[in-house]
Ligand binder design. Sequence first.
Ligand SMILES: [Zn+2]
Ligand SMILES: [Zn+2]
Length: 279
Amino acid sequence: MKSEQDILCNSMLEDDPNANESVSPEETLSPRWGPTHKGAQELANLYSRGKRIQECISVSICVTLMAVNICLIFYHIHIKNIPTIAMAAVLGIISADFASGLVHWLADTWGSIDLPIIGKNFLRPFREHHIDPTSITRHDFIETNGDNFMVTIPFLSLMLYRLLTDTEAQLQRHFSFLCFIFLFAIFVALTNQIHKWSHTYFGLPSWVVWLQEHHIILPRRHHRYHHVAPHETYYCITTGWLNWPLEVLRFWPTLESVITLVTGCRPRDDDFKWAQKRS
Ligand SMILES: [Zn+2]
Ligand SMILES: [Zn+2]
């Protein structure tokens, strides 16, 4: 577990935007974090028009699928099955938290911006986020959520297919599973919005702060553990419920050791390279 001292020395102080407390004159000229970091500026400039179009299409399709699916769920739901459905929904949320950790860990730890297609389109935001954690708070709804919404489209499409083609008896047999998939997809889709809120220290709606303070979604202080360089732990960013158990199990370091043993690749090489681009 990281100490308050680790957080102060090795992460950007987002709740102190003027960084009055800990910035030396040398850091003012060549900042380790923030919008004036040279690497962060280079990465921000790689956000392309094509990428923007992909995000707009993803958000439109995903929102349509969510709206149709929720109507069909309410049409077919039986009150007596609510307890089982509620359990399936909670499992869906926990699975979304794990998926957020796995994808985040993969993107932070392996691969590089130079990889064709995925480098600039999908790994770039992860690199940018470590050297300028505040940039996410300046992204609009589409840039924040486009990729996560895209990931859920296959799940929501499959769900819609079953809801439209199964008989009533078939539907009732796997209705809880459909609710599991729906909550999984909803929380995967919302993950980066929740993540953005965990970096927003000013002007959040009070209901969001309430959800954070009751640890229903990722709390701000909790997510700071991930932002301590070298960003090697606390990858789950939906609810953050699994971060502590995975830390105790040494889940991520064990996976990394196995991958290094098999491939010879060192974890976070590319992330470290971008962190060094300070001038
Ligand atoms: Zn990260
Ligand atoms: Zn973050």
